[in-house]
Unconditional design. Structure first.
Length: 65
């Protein structure tokens, strides 16, 4: 399995392809890269692709609860 950041995946493949494989609009990819979200793309041995985001727990909006 190959795991890279979304930004690196976009550099290699472009925003349109990243959006297509993840199932979101290209504008969502653009914003995620621009704001520096910690999203990782994993390419599995069978060629399928999976995206996951690393976020703090609890998130800052829930920390006051």
């Amino acid at each position: 399995m190959d795991k890279v950041t979304l930004a690196d995946y976009v550099k290699e493949n472009g925003q349109a392809k990243a959006a297509d494989i993840i199932g979101v609009h290209q504008t969502a990819i653009s914003k995620a890269v621009r704001v520096g979200r910690k999203i990782f793309i994993t390419t599995k041995p069978d060629g399928s692709v999976e995206a996951e985001e690393l976020r703090p727990f609890p998130s800052s909006r829930n920390a006051a609860a």
